[in-house]
Design a protein around this ligand. Structure first.
Ligand SMILES: Nc1nc2c(ncn2[C@@H]2O[C@H](COP(=O)(O)OP(=O)(O)OP(=O)(O)O)[C@@H](O)[C@H]2O)c(=O)[nH]1
Ligand SMILES: [Mg+2]
Length: 244
């Protein structure tokens, strides 16, 4: 922090961030770029217990979860993305934090709703996921990826119902409308306002990995959620009390 003299020269009057040139998005993206593979688990009970904030990416199969993680972390193949739905079949955890110190984790979860999956497997996975969302202690935020051309589907609504009690207790919640590059500007604006009504107080953002839309905004939200005690640089600095 740097303290400036007030114009009358009577003492310090204003506190400004040490590096104002570093925007909140730059800091958030630098932090996300530290992502590295932590572990993979076929089932919930194989996940390690962690005490750092966890941010989970959930949504229908093929919605773009893995691509979003790769885009935010600026890494090509951290999470496996594929044209073929059902590519992510394990729960994959990625650690975040500078100098190798983990201060948060991102979780890439297998998608739901893929028609070709046998019914029994679908039900099993829905139960695993519901269990994860309800019981994972360090879960701090959920990013629900949604293809805006389909809007929020019945399975997305069920997921919202499952997490509602935790959202009421402070769990953060963001709907990312992916593949925004497939929409015109007015279609994007329309789906954004409809989804805001459906999201029940959660945040909603348009996002495109190919056109690189919404990246700074989503990155900054995630950084803020994982660091609730560290105000981002764009937050107003608290003025110092004038010296008498
Ligand atoms: N046009 C466009 N295509 C995208 C975007 N994001 C993802 N895709 C494509 O959508 C397909 C699915 O992406 P994934 O990231 O594998 O989706 P997923 O949600 O992880 O899928 P599962 O692992 O099956 O649940 C791939 O062909 C991606 O290239 C985007 O922003 N724009
Ligand atoms: Mg995936």
């Amino acid at each position: 922090m740097t303290t400036t003299q007030n114009p009358k020269g009577t003492g310090p009057s204003q506190t400004i961030p040490a590096s104002p040139e570093k925007s909140a998005a730059t800091i958030a993206l630098g932090w996300l770029h530290t992502a590295r593979f932590l572990t993979t688990a076929p089932q919930l009970h194989f996940l390690p217990e962690l005490d750092v904030p966890e941010i989970a990416f959930v949504g229908r199969s093929n919605a773009g979860k893995s691509t979003c993680i790769n885009t935010l972390t600026q890494q090509k193949q951290l999470a496996f993305a594929s044209k073929k739905p059902g590519r992510t079949q394990h729960i994959n955890l990625f650690a975040l934090g500078k100098q190798g110190a983990t201060d948060a984790v991102l979780t890439d979860l297998p998608g739901y709703g893929y028609a070709a999956v046998p019914k029994q497997d679908k039900i099993r996975w829905q139960q695993v996921m519901a269990n994860y969302l309800v019981t994972r202690k360090n879960l701090k935020a959920i990013v629900l990826m949604c293809d805006p051309r389909h809007g929020m589907t019945e399975l997305d609504e069920i997921l919202l119902d499952v997490i509602r009690p935790r959202v009421a207790e402070g769990l953060k919640f963001l709907v990312v409308l992916t593949k925004a590059d497939k929409l015109t500007r007015s279609e994007g604006a329309k789906v954004l306002s409809i989804t805001k009504l459906q999201a029940g107080g959660g945040e909603v953002r348009l996002f495109s990995a190919t056109k690189r839309t919404g990246i700074d905004d989503v990155a900054t939200l995630l950084w803020d959620w994982a660091h609730p005690d560290t105000p981002s640089p764009e937050a107003p600095a608290i003025p110092a009390i004038d010296a008498q």
